[in-house]
Write a protein that binds this ligand. Structure first.
Ligand SMILES: Cc1ncc(COP(=O)(O)O)c(C=O)c1O
Length: 435
């Protein structure tokens, strides 16, 4: 058996120091912390697939706009809670140009990343109606969103969509929504972690079931336009980002600056609320937060309480990037296509080493290559596989953590820059020899 780059004693010792009893149940940030410690202790660099940190440079059009805003003195001024008009206007144009739907600038609210956008949205939706006290996640999903529910103390249910693609999705959704307690349906598209992309037929089903039971669809577009199978950048013309917004008025879109615009460090996103939901009154919101309208509650009661708006300069940065994308002068998709190329190479390396891809189809189409993919080895549990891969200097997160019922791991391609591909290949060769 060939020596592994990391010995078991170091892994066990660092887990003990950090109080990690079950690696498979650790949060993404806990795995990040563990790998940082192992790297520090051993001097061995990991192939880091656990966290979606963009490794591309932030667009100059964004950072220049931020610098200008700071030079103009915005740092001294509190931003308005509902966002700077430039960003609201460009977000509304962006939604029209790249999804093909109309949302007024008033209803486009900047948030401190989609993390805050999600928190505020989940909190508002959980308080619309006392009878509807539960959210429904179409899993697998982004683990920290469940943590947000736990922090808030609100209820959620979830199911793994693996066996319920296509028309089967309707019956599955009906089985939850017909109970009458579901306030919202949450999913990301493309999906973190599996990278499945719902088809238009599936989005239509989600819309129809949501309308039937008066639930709000919360569509998390953190990976906006990152289904690279589609033809790319044509502002104002199809193909658009697939969205439930084409089939219902009961929706909220979360558009993050982090991945599509490599702007994760500035913590800026937009929550685009359909005009209908924004202006709708809910007596229970009046009772709970003192405002009846969804939009007013979201902005003036919740975002105000959480952070009182978003850092001014980050808003100007995102506004400038959206404007350039809208005006046809900034092909943001071309930059991020790099992730698809990495995924294609990495998947091949893993498959050649004996792994298989867990979520591999969008109904009858091969899955796109994108920011994440999912792997499994023989019939191993995610915990066992993650622990084993750590010995080979490779880190990831388990699918257990994402609400998936499948064994395996989520691999994120973002930090595996082309110069690290060879290292991954070498480590997987040792893995193959040893198994
Ligand atoms: C599905 C999903 N939603 C939300 C987020 C958070 O986005 P942000 O960086 O804008 O807070 C992420 C980040 O990885 C994500 O994967």
């Amino acid at each position: 058996m060939a020596n592994t780059p990391i010995c078991d004693t170091v892994i066990q010792e660092q887990c003990r120091k950090l109080g990690i009893n079950n690696i498979g149940k650790s949060t993404i940030r806990e795995i990040v912390g563990l790998v940082n410690c192992i790297e520090k202790e051993t001097g061995v660099k990991f192939v880091r697939m656990e966290m979606g940190v963009p490794s591309l440079k932030p667009p100059k059009v964004g950072t220049d706009a931020e610098i200008k805003a700071l030079n103009d003195g915005v740092a001294a001024i509190y931003p308005m809670v509902d966002g700077v008009p430039e960003l609201k206007k460009e977000a509304s144009r962006f939604v029209k140009n790249f999804i093909g739907v109309d949302i007024s600038p008033e209803c486009c609210i900047p948030t401190v990343g989609s993390m805050q956008g999600g928190y505020a949205t989940f909190l508002t939706c959980s308080n619309l109606d006392p009878q509807k006290d539960t959210a429904l996640f179409i899993d697998p999903g982004f683990p920290v969103q469940k943590q947000q529910f736990n922090v808030m103390g609100h209820k959620y249910e979830s199911f793994d969509v693996y066996d319920y693609r296509g028309e089967k999705l309707r019956e599955k959704l009906e089985s939850y929504l017909s109970k009458g307690n579901i306030n919202s349906i949450i999913y990301s598209n493309p999906n973190n972690p599996s990278w499945i992309c719902f088809t238009d037929d599936e989005l239509k089903i989600i819309a129809e079931v949501a309308d039937k039971y008066d639930a709000i669809v919360i569509e998390d577009l953190a990976y906006f336009r990152m289904d690279f199978r589609d033809d790319t950048y044509h502002p104002g013309f199809p193909p658009y980002q697939a969205s439930v917004a084409n089939y219902t008025d009961n929706y909220i879109l979360m558009i993050s600056g982090s991945k599509a615009f490599s702007y994760a460090g500035q913590r800026v996103a937009v929550v685009a609320i359909s005009d209908k939901v924004f202006h709708r009154n809910y007596p229970n919101l009046q009772k709970r937060f003192g405002r009846e309208q969804f939009g007013a509650t979201f902005v003036m009661r919740i975002i105000y309480a959480l952070s009182s708006g978003v850092c001014h300069s980050a808003q100007y940065g995102l506004a400038a990037m959206l404007k350039a994308a809208n005006d046809g002068t900034f092909n943001f998709i071309k930059d991020i296509e790099e992730y698809g190329k990495r995924a294609e190479k990495m998947k091949k390396l893993f498959v050649d080493a004996g792994f298989s891809i867990v979520y591999d189809k969008d109904i009858d189409k091969d899955l796109a290559d994108g920011f994440y993919f999912t792997i499994t080895y023989k019939d191993w549990t995610g915990d066992k596989l993650l622990e084993e891969l750590l010995h080979y200097g490779i880190s990831a997160i388990t699918l257990d953590n994402t609400g998936s019922k499948k064994y395996g791991l989520r691999a994120c391609v973002s930090q595996i820059t082309p110069d690290k591909m060879e290292l991954l290949e070498k480590r997987l060769e040792i893995y193959k020899q040893n198994h």
